[in-house]
Design a protein around this ligand. Structure first.
Ligand code: AHM
Ligand code: MG
Length: 315
């Protein structure tokens, strides 16, 4: 059995970079422990509520952010933390060579129904500044808090999957994830159809028509509403995830965030042979102009991403 430290030693000579990934993995282990206990501690609700002991609750989003922050504050390799939960980038070790961008608890609206949520992270070099394209990432990963707690991580090579064992260690369960090129499964919030652009409409219409339509095969649809859960399924068995630009999100540039949601997921997908697009360009090539910038997100199996890109080209 290979553990995380052994795997890291095969992926990079950079001890500091390994340490950053170890810190995020440790944060994930600690967040998993909090989540397991959350219904008993009365912590699945919103901030501002009180728990059964009458104590003020902090939403798990804030607790998870604090856990990540605490781990990274102890790591002198990290100069700055960018987080969905922090308005501004948070300076940490003055001369640390790395920046971490994170969504500490993605999909948290699903917590009260005990559905898989996750921690997403991206690692950048400090010298590149806060606003760097996804291609500049040196590593990315997520932790999925599901029936098992999984860590999916990639430096520059393969996208690799670990599971958290009962002793709190990470055991490699898949050395190199491979997203099947073809798939008949798509993930989109179909209740937003009235806001969709023409390309998304045309693509989904074909999928719904199945073997009788232009795509000439049968499709199935899945939407957990928790990006980490949807992406993990696609990474393991193929499919496509879509949160396209639509008429309701167009003024903001999309729904999901570029630096700590789209870029790390695109990095992991590409490492597993999948691909990503905004519809118009590769996600990893988007120039950020704000740390909380939003972006349209389409990623997964090669053939399906190419199919919807063709609709965008015709539009
Ligand atoms: P969050 O970062 O506020 O948790 O929102 C992101 C989540 C993703 O996990 C998920 O893919 C998407 O929002 C779900 O959106 P919708 O509410 O349209 O289903
Ligand atoms: Mg999020």
């Amino acid at each position: 059995m290979t553990d995380l430290a052994q795997w890291l030693a095969t992926q990079t000579q950079d001890i500091q970079l390994s340490g950053v990934i170890q810190s995020m993995a440790a944060a994930g282990r600690d967040i998993a422990a909090v989540l397991r206990q959350a219904p008993i501690a009365g912590q699945t609700g919103l901030a501002g509520q009180t728990n059964v002991q009458g104590e003020a609750q902090k939403a798990l989003d804030i607790i998870s952010n604090d856990i990540v922050l605490n781990h990274l504050q102890q790591n002198s390799a990290v100069s700055v933390l960018i987080s969905e939960e922090l308005d501004e980038a948070r300076p940490l070790a003055a001369d640390g060579p790395f920046i971490v961008a994170t969504d500490p608890l993605d999909g948290s609206s699903n917590l009260d129904v005990n559905v898989t949520v996750g921690t997403i992270f991206s690692v950048l070099r400090t010298e590149g500044g806060l606003l760097q394209k996804g291609t500049e990432q040196v590593a990315a990963g997520y932790v999925a808090y599901g029936p098992a707690t999984s860590l999916v991580v990639r430096i520059a090579g393969d996208t690799t999957v670990f599971a958290l064992d009962r002793a709190g260690g990470w055991v490699m369960t898949l050395a190199a994830a491979k997203v099947p090129e073809a798939s008949g499964e798509y993930a989109i919030n179909a209740a937003r159809e009235r806001f969709w652009d023409a390309a998304t409409r045309a693509y989904v219409r074909e999928n719904v028509a199945g073997e009788t339509g232009g795509a000439a095969k049968r499709y199935n649809m899945r939407w957990v509403g928790s990006m980490v859960a949807d992406i993990h399924r696609i990474l393991m068995r193929g499919g496509i995830f879509l949160y396209p630009l639509d008429s309701e999100t167009v003024s903001k540039g999309g729904r999901l965030r570029l630096l700590y949601e789209a870029n790390p997921m695109a990095w992991l997908m590409e490492g597993a042979g999948g691909t990503s697009t905004t519809g118009r360009q590769r996600i990893l090539d988007v120039e950020p102009n704000d740390i909380h910038q939003r972006v349209p997100v389409i990623l997964g199996s090669l053939e399906e991403v190419r199919r919807i890109e063709a609709f965008y080209q015709r539009q």
